[in-house]
Design a protein around this ligand. Structure first.
Ligand code: SF4
Length: 320
């Protein structure tokens, strides 16, 4: 079944025009939060569009992340957690952090490039995880290498290994959802990945417009895509012709009976990020991150209130 045959828009929620919430409203909205724990900056890949440059190679160990998780749960007892990086599987305490969150009875997911996901790793971790997300920007090996989505020797997670990873996850824990994240940049804007995605056991495919990001010597300015280029990619891959209004929204589109695509033209202000230094960070300023609170400290609640946080867009991203 092709994407074009089944595509239909499920929801379209305001993205860029929603107003910021007040601190009071923020507290009221503190249910159903998802904290993204970027536990390590180090990665075995070197993607050109990577925004995980936090300015610190220091690795906070399990005890510190436990404090952060406890702090988040004090403020938002029904919170869920997503473990990201860098490449989170390179953190020496990944298993302990994921198991701790799982033991608190809260959902925990991971976003990884998948390169280190061996059969043994999947057998040990899939039972803990509510979702495994894989960052896959292309089905073309040349394009993946141009993006930098490979290890230094040029080896990468090819289509056969990707399929093996997905099938093993489902065999070990059929309840573990599988999500693919794709960042659209000038390097992959030409592609049609949907025809491969709909053949995989993937329930959600998130398609992001690459954020412009500058941090010291790092910049991805030369591979930025225009709004129109992102829209062309989204339309080609979902088989949906978007209206001008929809092209500015966070839109969910069913592309097969089992898979929906989520179009994310703007993540700023709708993503709760705790960086590898353990800070809650704001991503709405200066094409870079600004630390607003020590997530292990007493000022996390005040930091959440200070955050430029778009509650409406946030709810649209995380509502089922
Ligand atoms: S795999 Fe993810 S963390 Fe690693 S370089 Fe690429 S985008 Fe960055």
């Amino acid at each position: 079944m092709t994407a074009q045959m089944t595509a239909q828009i499920l929801t379209a929620a305001p993205a860029v025009s929603a107003s910021r919430v007040s601190a009071g409203a923020q507290t009221a909205a503190m249910s159903g939060l998802k904290f993204n724990l970027h536990i390590i900056e180090t990665c075995n890949y070197s993607c050109r569009h990577c925004f995980a440059h936090f300015g610190s190679r220091r690795v906070l160990r399990f005890d510190h992340w436990k404090k952060i998780v406890d702090n988040c749960l004090r403020l938002a007892p029904d919170a869920s957690f997503n473990i990201a990086g860098g490449e989170p599987l390179m953190h020496p305490d990944f298993t302990a952090i994921a198991a701790y969150i799982h033991d608190q009875g809260r959902p925990v997911s991971v976003i990884s490039n998948g390169y280190r996901m061996t059969q043994d790793w999947i057998r040990r971790h899939a039972p803990l995880l509510s979702c495994i997300g894989l960052s896959i920007d292309s089905m073309e090996e040349d394009t993946l290498r141009r993006i930098g989505r490979c290890v230094r020797s040029g080896k990468l997670l090819d289509a056969a290994r990707l399929r093996e990873v997905l099938d093993t996850v489902k065999a070990v824990n059929s309840l573990c959802a599988i999500k693919i994240n794709t960042v659209v940049s000038a390097l992959n804007k030409h592609e049609n990945m949907a025809r491969d995605i709909v053949k995989m056991p993937v329930s959600r495919w998130k398609i992001f417009k690459m954020n412009l990001f500058r941090n010291g010597a790092f910049s991805n300015e030369d591979i930025v895509v225009s709004h129109q280029e992102y829209r062309d990619y989204a339309e080609r891959n979902t088989g949906i012709r978007l209206t001008d209004r929809e092209a500015d929204l966070s839109v969910r589109v069913r592309i097969s009976p089992d898979c929906e695509a989520v179009l994310e033209s703007d993540l700023n202000g709708a993503y709760l990020m705790i960086d590898a230094r353990g800070y809650l960070v704001d991503n709405t300023m200066n094409d870079n991150y600004v630390a607003v609170a020590d997530a292990a400290g007493k000022d996390l609640a005040a930091g959440l209130a200070r955050l430029n946080f778009n509650a409406e867009l946030y709810q649209s991203r995380y509502s089922a």
